[in-house]
Design a protein around this ligand. Sequence first.
Ligand SMILES: *Cc1c(COP(=O)(O)O)cnc(C)c1O
Length: 404
Amino acid sequence: MLSKPDEHGKFGIFGGKFAPEVLMTTVEELEAAYITYTNDKGFRTELDSLLRTYAGRPTALYFAKNLSKMSGAKIYLKREDLVHGGAHKLNNTLGQCLLAKHMGKRRIIAETGAGQHGVATAMAAAVLGLECEVYMGTEDIERQKLNVFRMKLLGAKVNPVDSGSKTLKDAINESIRDWVTNVENTYYLIGSVVGMHPYPLMVREFQRVIGKETKVQILDAEGRLPDTIIACVGGGSNAMGIFYEFLSDDAVELIGVEAAGKGLETGEHGASICAGTEGVLHGMYSKLLQDEDGQIKQSYSFAPGLDYPGVGPELAHLAESGRVKMGSTTDEETLNAFKILSTKEGIIPALESAHAIHYAIEEAKKKAGEQKDHLIVVNLSGRGDKDIYTVAQVLGDRREAGYV
Ligand SMILES: *Cc1c(COP(=O)(O)O)cnc(C)c1O
């Protein structure tokens, strides 16, 4: 099965172009430029070279021996944590910044919640000699000081957004306002497989390198395809990036793991597919967290990258069709997996990625009884250095409360 958007940018019923009328020509221009340049040999050579020499690709596929031994399946980790910047996000920002440069747009704007996409955008803009401005809610600026400082060091301007809830959705509104006003010289860089067409398609294509490498590497290591591939899902870009290459390999089970936060039943989570409803956000029709009146609800996860009230349309479609299975992991379960990977493999994972690790351990235990050598690949989307304060705080709180 291959997944392709129709002429309206829709994957099944999801996706589309819900953009202000004044942006329609710009969005169409972008689509045309994207097709032209990504089919251009010079563009592809330049991007490949950046991915290799700047981002550090190909990333390793690591056989996690100790994790495998304790869980009963063979578990491999696709090491996106080793990409420059510490996560898969740079694969996309390099691709889009290069596209902007070829389109003659010298000014990049982005919006960021936790700051990780802002940092990856600032890096790519710096290396390609582009101007960069990042919109961020004042609430988020306060919570993510380290990433704000990083962006500034990388030469980006951080524009505080003080309206509404002072978080990501307000920063998105401001970015779109800026884009409408400055379309001539400005490129709007979206950080996941979300937003209006062609962004979900473009971002998936720029992240697809993860799955392409994984396929070659697992065939080389094991002589066969994996039984299961597991990835965490915020907007869905690291998941689509590793899944896409395996969509038509029907025997390969694909599992996306959303943030169950404090528990799906508490309403404090980031599980748009598992527990959301259909609606429009960020220029797309998809699965969202919203109330009965269509007002977007605040999502929650202690993993900042999963704290988003929507999900990419292609993934929503693949989940609905049954090709991709969805699950969710709570903060509590994730913390446990975070400790296990750190102590058993010497890898401190991003809290986002630790959601997928937890799910993989559970899946491995389940399958161990049924099949010998069940082969699992987990996309380790990022490293956990950014999360150590969150973890320290959670553990500290418990110690004070007498739990640990
Ligand atoms: C941003 C981020 C995510 C979530 O984004 P996706 O688009 O769903 O991949 C996951 N892991 C890490 C490390 C991130 O930085």
